[in-house]
Design a protein around this ligand. Structure first.
Ligand code: FRU
Length: 496
């Protein structure tokens, strides 16, 4: 039975979305149907379609009581909105239906697990969120909350773990049929840990062990875990809060972390081997993955970040929040590689190729402009005896605005900069990342979609995402070099 609260949300979103024209939204990135969107949830392939749910507050373009928005797609690029799937309408989730995941039950129904939040007054008068895990079962459109919710609460926590930070369950099924679930948690050291729960039927869960403990190495609390096998390794993704910078690898605030290692299934032991950021740009958080029917591990993230939420189109915009491009993941030489899903190639048209272009000073090329663009650049030193000092590309550019990427080969540092992209807020607008040194050779692929840029460096060794909300008329693309650079450019328009 659909509750009054969910019915209201469904009626509201149907009317409110009509006030947003398709021009005001990204073309092929999923944005909030109306109001606010954060984390991707329940990313799954079910009944022939990809399902993507998301943290959703339909009534306002700012965060509020969390619902689950819902969209489906056949190609991960054209999304169709479905009615909101969950609303905070039960005593155990009155404070919100927080992040979670989905899987298919043996009887063909879809199971959602999410975090139910309840505000509780503490002895000192302070209000705190108590978090438990809850289930809902449905048919891909309508979901019924499980009568025995919550299925995991404070009594299922290991010693010392906080009941205020216990969230974002990510489920999967092992080859032997056992259901597993990872949940973000805060142990007594105040940092983060990832708890593993198991179940025979996906309804009754029991604590198994701590899969990974932060021990105050990477920020504090770890949110939104995900875990999977890939290319003979195991990958743990999580989004740490309150990070402190480590060189150019991790930045202050809310960030993303990828741990690659080995996993022994019999004992549920994860042994870490390497760590890195998932995205090196400005706006990326809380990614979640799905296994596609053809065996690809595909990740999608919230293409925003809690620390930069005050950068928005305008206070009057009726939607806030978009997802990143879905990205195909690989592990090579102990690193996570990301590439836009190959389906994106079907949106390409109007190929423009320019080879061996000499760049010294500023260069503008005929036919190379736009805000919905797939642009591949291959750059190299133009003078074998003298390394260039700097190469930049400015895009979303006009007389007043631009966003840029600049590369200095001397230290092999790539910088993304949207300082001149219309922001009136004093927040982070630049970020640097260390790129593998290849003697001045660099490959970049930029995907622009009206309000964002995603950059894939050296065939996916690193990714950088950033939003920008300048007018679409700012569509120029310029190339600049200090010293001599040679470059090859392949550009496509990205359309319906
Ligand atoms: C991460 C997060 C999750 C939580 C959700 C609430 O962005 O804080 O931990 O479930 O957002 O909207």
């Amino acid at each position: 039975m659909t509750s009054q609260t969910l019915r209201e949300a469904r009626t509201y979103e149907e009317t409110a979305e009509k006030l947003i024209s398709s021009q005001e939204r990204p073309q092929f990135h999923l944005s909030a149907r109306t109001g606010w969107m954060n984390d991707p949830n329940g990313f799954s392939y079910y009944q022939g379609k990809y399902h993507l749910f998301y943290q959703y507050h339909p009534y306002d373009s700012h965060w509020g009581p969390m619902h689950w928005g819902h969209a489906v797609s056949e190609d991960l690029l054209h999304w169709e909105y479905l009615p909101a799937a969950l609303a905070p309408d039960e005593r155990y989730d009155q404070g919100g239906c927080f992040s979670g995941s989905a899987l298919m039950l043996p009887d063909g129904r879809q199971l959602l697990m999410y975090t139910g939040v309840v505000m509780e007054r503490q002895k000192n008068g302070e209000m705190r969120e108590v978090q438990t895990q809850c289930l809902a079962v449905g048919n891909g459109m309508d979901y019924e909350k499980y009568e025995q919710n919550p299925v995991l609460d404070e009594t299922d926590l290991p010693k010392g773990a906080s009941r205020f930070d216990f969230r974002d369950p990510k489920m999967w099924q092992k080859a032997d049929g056992t259901y597993c679930c990872l949940i973000g948690s805060r142990p007594s050291d105040g940092s983060g840990q990832i708890l593993l729960y198991t179940s025979k039927d996906a309804f009754q869960w029991k604590f198994q062990n701590v899969l990974c403990a932060n021990q105050n190495r990477f920020g504090l609390m770890w949110e939104c875990p995900d875990f999977f096998a890939l290319d003979q390794k195991y990958v743990l993704l999580t989004s740490p809060q309150d990070l402190m910078p480590q060189g150019l690898e991790f930045h202050n605030g809310n960030g993303t972390l990828c741990l690659i290692g080995e996993y022994e299934e019999a004992t549920d032991t994860f042994t870490e081997e390497c760590s890195q950021s998932i995205d090196y740009g400005i706006d990326f958080y809380a990614p979640q993955t799905v296994l596609s029917p053809d065996g690809r591990r595909i990740m999608i993230g919230w293409m925003q970040n809690w620390d930069t939420c005050s950068f928005r189109a305008s206070e009057h915009s009726l939607w806030y929040g978009q997802m990143s491009l879905p990205r195909e993941l690989r592990v090579k030489n102990g690193r996570l590689y990301q590439q836009p899903v190959r389906e994106l190639e079907q949106l390409r048209s109007g190929k423009t190729v320019r080879q061996d272009v000499a760049v010294a000073g500023i260069v503008q090329l005929d036919g190379i402009r736009g805000r919905k663009v797939d642009l591949e650049l291959s750059i190299r030193p133009g003078d074998a005896d003298r390394m260039y000092r700097k190469f930049s590309i400015r895009f979303a550019q006009n007389e007043s605005y631009y966003t840029s990427l600049s590369y200095r080969p001397e230290k092999s540092i790539l910088k993304i900069d949207r300082k001149f992209s219309g922001s009136r807020r004093a927040i982070i607008h630049q970020r640097r990342c260390q790129v593998r040194d290849r003697n001045g050779y660099l490959k970049l692929r930029l995907i622009l979609d009206r309000f964002s840029v995603e950059v894939f460096v050296n065939d996916g060794e690193q990714a950088l995402s950033a939003t920008m909300y300048t007018q679409q008329e700012a569509d120029g693309i310029l190339f600049l070099a200090e010293g001599d650079v040679r470059m090859d450019v392949v550009k496509y328009c990205l359309n319906e």
